[in-house]
Design a binder for this molecule. Structure first.
Ligand SMILES: [Zn+2]
Length: 406
């Protein structure tokens, strides 16, 4: 099977390269925003106007010739085209209801640009050739395996990074483990397993929250754009990046352990995007319990459920296992002993007690057991060749290409 893997390193650019990278990222952001504005205008004039990458790509040379935007010529053309590709992807995600409507990019928010080709990797000398930048040194922490597909350069907290996407052929692995497990994701426990064990929440955000608030307050007291304000802002960004690193690290450890110990993992198919939306409510119907719900959402997003699921998915594919996502209906209300479904079974948030047969257990463990049972049933269906309804949410990584994007 084909294995896609990304490797990320810190770059060690010289002064000129640093300035150029800032300019290239700025040019890509400019192109993205200009294209988005153009598309919005076109749509306002004619609501049948579809997004067209080709139309936009054809406008790029015109923008480069315009006296006011001539500076676009300095940036690698392929990276500018990739910015348009990103916009195309953003539109596709919006229409597939995976994401909100594309937004304008702001300076300093995920500054990056991508090369689809033309990069040369010299691992022996810890350097990479990037078009229009030349050879750039990087902190070589591990060996890159496979052929280089594309390269993304990005900035975070004043440091520049390179992410190298590779592809290689690996043998279809056979799972070492043979067991199956169900997972119930939660707030008080990050994950509860059908065997009764559980993982504590990371709460990296809570740990750093006080420090972050203090840094944000300090920043708000400074005169905007002054030197002290810039220093305070850098501090806020550093704390944000520390939170992100701690969370990523924790999620990777958890997902690695699970994927090594089990051949089949069943998980609830939660729509985190919908959940975070419902908190705000629409203007017509203000969401109830907005405060409580936004608190819940903050926890969900803080814990990175989506990221956890994405990691489980590709890691299981790498080890020859399966991830099965099941619809979450009734998993918290069904009795695993007698199948009786009732809201009354769930007396409190943490306790499950069947009103029919008297079975009692921790509510999260019951949820995980039910997730596993539904997953088993769905997996059996799939193997026997029965046609699954597409909306059922059963998900198997059998595309052959397992992905890892750090
Ligand atoms: Zn029962």
């Amino acid at each position: 099977m084909k294995r896609l893997q990304a490797y990320k390193y810190e770059l060690r650019p010289n002064g000129q390269q640093r300035r150029d990278m800032r300019r290239f990222a700025g040019s890509c952001r400019f192109v993205f925003n200009k294209a988005l504005a153009w598309q919005k205008q076109r749509y306002a004039a004619d609501s049948t106007a579809k997004f067209s990458y080709t139309a936009l790509a054809n406008m790029l040379p015109l923008w480069k010739r315009e006296p006011t935007t001539q500076w676009l010529k300095a940036a690698p053309s392929q990276s500018l085209q990739q910015a348009l590709k990103d916009l195309e992807r953003a539109y596709q995600n919006f229409f597939a209801k995976r994401a909100d409507f594309p937004r304008f990019k702001k300076k300093g928010h995920s500054d990056s640009f991508r090369y689809p080709q033309g990069c040369k990797l010299d691992q022996e000398n810890s350097r990479i050739f990037l078009p229009k930048l030349g050879w750039v040194r990087y902190r070589n922490s591990r060996e890159v395996l496979g052929t280089v597909k594309n390269v993304t350069v990005s900035q975070s907290c004043g440091k520049w990074f390179v992410s190298i996407q590779t592809e290689r052929e690996v043998e279809q692995p056979l799972p070492q483990a043979t067991t199956a497990i169900g997972i119930d994701m939660g707030i008080t426990r990050f994950a509860t397993f059908s065997d009764g064990s559980y993982l504590e929440p990371l709460a990296s955000f809570k740990q750093h929250e006080a420090a972050l608030r203090k840094a944000q307050q300090a920043m708000s007291r400074k005169t905007k754009f002054s030197n002290n304000w810039k220093k305070a802002k850098a501090r806020v960004q550093r704390i944000h990046s520390r939170i992100g690193n701690a969370r990523r690290d924790y999620l990777h450890k958890c997902s690695t352990t699970i994927s090594q110990n089990h051949a089949m993992v069943c998980i609830e198919d939660l729509q985190v995007r919908n959940m975070s939306k419902s908190a705000a409510g629409t203007t017509a119907a203000q969401g109830r319990n907005v405060r409580a719900k936004s608190g819940l959402n903050k926890s969900i997003l803080d814990q990175g459920w989506f990221e956890f699921r994405r990691q489980l998915d590709y890691k299981l594919a790498w080890s020859g296992g399966y991830l099965i996502a099941v619809p979450p209906q009734y998993t918290s209300q069904t009795c695993p002993c007698c199948d009786y479904i009732s809201k009354d079974n769930r007396q409190t948030q943490s306790r499950f007690a069947c009103v029919e047969c008297g079975f009692e257990d921790n509510a999260d463990v019951v949820g995980a057991i039910n997730v596993l049972r539904v997953g088993h049933a769905r997996f059996a269906c799939e193997v026997s060749g029965a046609v699954m309804p597409p909306a059922a949410g059963t998900h198997r990584s059998d595309s052959g290409a397992a992905q890892c994007l750090h």
